[in-house]
Design a protein. Structure first.
Length: 209
């Protein structure tokens, strides 16, 4: 079974509370999402392997540690997942970025794929999928399916807020994919929105509502 990691650092909780507030505008919402993504990135990459190298400081030679060549890819689920990319890139500037475009059918609440562009060597990388909301889990499962079809075997899902229904769906469909969240909310409503949630993350990031 995949592990569920709740990253509830006080600074993350504080910033998430401001994001949830309906009075928070698009500019502040984007900045807070970037900051939380950076903070969450520390935990998502916590177990990257290290090697010992020899360097010279201005004072003397020493042995120090560096990441052992683990290649990363960040794959946002469009469009809201894009809001989490910059924070992760600040942490891992050399990570490649792919894109998966999904939207939710308003009648069926099922995801529809409209775009997929990934690095050629995606199968050789640790892939971090980003999407602020893990609601029904449909989009996340479809994105993971697409990556696995391209040979990816090391995938992590990083979201801001999750509903129990979406968490359960991803864990059942993909028990090898760990899930990282800042908060688990109560439930989904009749329109498949997370309660209490923070509204439509894409609209709030881009000011389209």
């Amino acid at each position: 079974m995949s592990q569920l990691h709740i990253i509830d650092h006080p600074m993350i909780q504080h910033k998430l509370t401001i994001m949830r507030d309906r009075e928070t505008g698009a500019k502040d919402f984007r900045e807070l999402l970037k900051e939380i993504s950076l903070l969450m990135g520390y935990e998502v990459t916590r177990d990257l392997p290290l090697i010992e190298v020899e360097i010279e400081t201005p004072i003397c030679p020493m042995k120090a540690k560096k990441i052992n060549g683990r290649k990363l890819a960040i794959v946002p689920i469009l469009r809201a997942g894009m809001g989490m990319v910059e924070g992760l890139q600040m942490l891992v500037p050399v990570a490649k970025v792919g894109h998966i475009g999904l939207y939710r059918n308003e009648q069926t609440h099922l995801p529809v794929v409209y775009y997929c562009k990934l690095p050629e060597d995606i199968q050789d990388r640790l892939v971090i999928i980003t999407d602020p909301m893990l609601a029904t889990g449909g989009s996340a499962c479809d994105a993971i399916d697409m990556l696995k079809q391209r040979g990816c075997t090391n995938i992590r899902l990083m979201c801001l807020v999750g509903a129990p229904e979406g968490i359960a769906k991803v864990q059942a469909a993909h028990p090898d994919v760990d899930i990282y969240l800042a908060a688990v909310d109560e439930r989904l409503n009749e329109n498949a929105y997370i309660v209490p949630g923070l509204g439509d993350a894409g609209d709030r990031i881009f000011g389209t509502k």
